[in-house]
Design a protein around this ligand. Structure first.
Ligand SMILES: Nc1nc2c(ncn2[C@@H]2O[C@H](COP(=O)(O)OP(=O)(O)O)[C@@H](O)[C@H]2O)c(=O)[nH]1
Ligand SMILES: [Mg+2]
Length: 348
């Protein structure tokens, strides 16, 4: 999964990146290529740790989030825009956006206004793309009726000033427009970059309402504090976090929020060679989970042996789960649940 950080110059995007990955930002860039710095956040997962110990696995493979920070565009040096528009082509293929809102410089920064400004920019570039595509379809004349109808629906949404992430689309409509990579369609978190020293962050009713209307989740982060944590040893890190009233470091909290916002669950495969966590869309089937592991496994799918994590933890071993009759054989249409441990039987 790839998530990209966007927002105004000086909003603290690179500081957020550092808080989440421990990596310094790119200072300058030469052209669009190489503009992004990519950092990995490994998803900490106590359930995976448990499996790794229980199965005595040689390898433990966590899921990963690739986080992208973009170097500033020198041409936009003076720009006070809510968003650097030259970034938009670079975010077409990413899965989620982190919109950084600078609340550190002044607690009176209106979160609602920043959300509206950034979304206005995203809607603007998407609208331009929709209009150009509609013009081309009109020139071509016949055909493309469904695509045209879908784009008109998007157009109406933009006319009302709404980002696509708030529009109800059918699965077929989503598929039809998927290749455009519309920026305002991407699931997004509003990362409010605040100063924890000033006490816990409080959002105004306007901020909460604006986030809801725009289909965003608010995510509070003291980016500067958490970027400095990387320089401390682990016990000091915990002390600092506690002092700031935080239970988990930024990366772990972000992952939860992102999984929620993208509608993802985690399932597992476990054995002596490796224990591994996989992310999957909520509602996906055993066959789709198999495809995630390997296309050959999906092709030869026979049955999935499924154990729930709770059963394994409670009963203590796979053998005991079997004895208790809690190991299930499921068909390809079984809907995978969060925490399922699966073993797919397949024809090679
Ligand atoms: N006090 C404070 N300063 C911050 C915070 N986040 C960023 N800054 C400062 O704001 C400036 C711009 O941050 P940067 O991350 O480079 O912004 P970017 O242009 O969005 O990448 C830098 O001087 C940061 O040190 C924060 O949470 N608290
Ligand atoms: Mg930066």
């Amino acid at each position: 999964m790839k998530a990209g950080i966007i927002g105004a110059r000086g909003a603290g995007k690179s500081t957020v990146f550092r808080a989440l990955t421990g990596l310094p930002p790119l200072e300058a860039h030469a052209g669009q290529k190489g503009r992004a710095r990519v950092g990995q956040i490994k998803v900490p997962d106590p359930r995976l740790d448990f499996l790794n110990v229980l199965y005595n696995s040689e390898k433990k493979i966590q899921t990963e989030i690739n986080l992208l920070d973009f170097a500033p565009n020198p041409k936009e040096q003076a720009a006070k825009a809510a968003l650097d528009a030259s970034l938009v082509p670079l975010i077409r293929d990413i899965d989620a956006l982190l919109i950084v809102i600078p609340r550190f410089s002044s607690p009176s920064v209106e979160v609602a206004r920043v959300i509206e400004d950034v979304d206005a920019e995203l809607v603007f570039v998407d609208l331009d793309q929709v209009e150009r595509r509609l013009q081309r379809l009109a020139k071509e004349g016949r055909g493309g009726d469904f695509e045209r109808a879908t784009l008109k629906k998007c157009h109406a949404c933009f006319d009302a000033g709404c980002p696509l992430r708030t529009l109800d689309l059918t699965a077929q409509e989503i598929k039809t427009i998927s290749s455009f990579g519309f920026a305002s369609q991407k699931p997004a978190l509003a990362v409010v970059n605040y100063e924890a020293q000033g006490g816990p962050v409080e959002f105004s009713a306007a901020a909460t309402e604006s986030a809801r209307v725009h289909g965003l989740e608010l995510f509070a982060l003291d980016a500067l504090l958490e970027s400095e944590l990387w320089e401390l040893d682990p016990s000091q890190q915990l002390d600092m976090l506690k002092a700031a009233g935080l239970e988990l470091p930024a990366g772990a909290r972000l992952i939860r929020a992102l999984y929620r916002c993208l509608g993802l669950i985690t399932f597992y495969t476990a054995g002596p060679s490796e224990s591994r966590a996989w992310s999957l869309a909520k509602g996906a089937t055993a066959l789709e989970a198999a495809a995630e592991i390997h296309s050959d496994i999906a092709r030869g799918f026979i049955r999935a042996e499924v154990i729930s994590f709770e059963d394994l933890e409670r009963l203590g071993s796979e053998a005991k789960v079997r004895e208790a009759g809690r190991l299930r054989l499921e068909s390809r249409d079984y809907v995978i649940k969060d925490g399922d441990i699966i073993h797919v039987r397949f024809k090679a």
